[in-house]
Structure formats: C-alpha cells, structure tokens
Design a protein around this ligand. Structure first.
Ligand code: FES
Length: 115
C-alpha cells in the first residue's frame, strides 16, 4: 500500500498542499508540480540534482529531516537553505521557496540544524 504525505509549498504568500508519495525526492516533486527551487539564473545552470551546486536550496518550515548528504550537512549546520535534491519526503513537510535568492540564498542563524 502506497503512503502519501502532505507537502505544503509556500511561495511568497501563496500556499499549496500536494499529496506526495513517501520516499519521493523533494526537488523532483517540486519541479514536477511546476515549482522551481532555483533562482532565475540557476534554473538552467545547476547540477541536475547531484548535490554539487547548492542552488536548489529551500527553507523547510516543518518536518525537517536530518541532513544526510555531506553538502546538505554543512549547509544545514551553518543555517543555509536545505538542498531539495538531497531530501526525501518521509512525512508531512512544509517548505518555503526562496523567491529572492540570486544563486544560493543566504544563511539565517535561527535556521541552523542541530541533532
Ligand atoms: S541541484 Fe545541485 S545541489 Fe541540488
């Protein structure tokens, strides 16, 4: 039996709730539903989800998974946006897309991830 989770996507003030199959890749889900985790400049210039360019960052507002990929671990530790290409949806999650970033999006101290 397939398990689905609510994925809430916030873009500016607009909220959309998607039903996402457990185990789905967050970046892939966003792109498949017409949401881009990228800035305009990096929409075409990115690593294609290999965890190398750090341009697919999103803020995770709820349901934050522990970072597993080394690049995502570093970013999460220092409070940078989380790499959507390295996140698997395994529960309800709320993500906010960064509509004002030029390439990566800046860090925020209060968003540091700690285990
Ligand atoms: S798409 Fe390059 S790090 Fe995610």
């Amino acid at each position: 039996m397939d398990i689905y989770h609510d994925l809430t996507v916030i873009v500016d003030e607009k909220t959309t709730v998607l039903q996402v199959l457990e185990g789905s890749n967050l970046r892939r889900v966003l792109l498949d539903h017409g949401f881009s985790p990228y800035a305009a400049f990096t929409t075409r210039l990115n690593c294609g989800g290999r965890g190398l360019c750090a341009t697919c960052g999103v803020w995770i507002e709820q349901g934050t998974p522990a970072p597993e990929h080394w690049h995502d671990q570093i970013g999460a530790y220092f409070g940078y946006p989380r790499l959507s290409c390295q996140i698997v949806v395994n529960g309800p999650m709320t993500v906010r897309l960064l509509t004002d970033k030029r390439i990566w999006g800046g860090p925020q101290r209060d968003r540091r991830w700690r285990s």
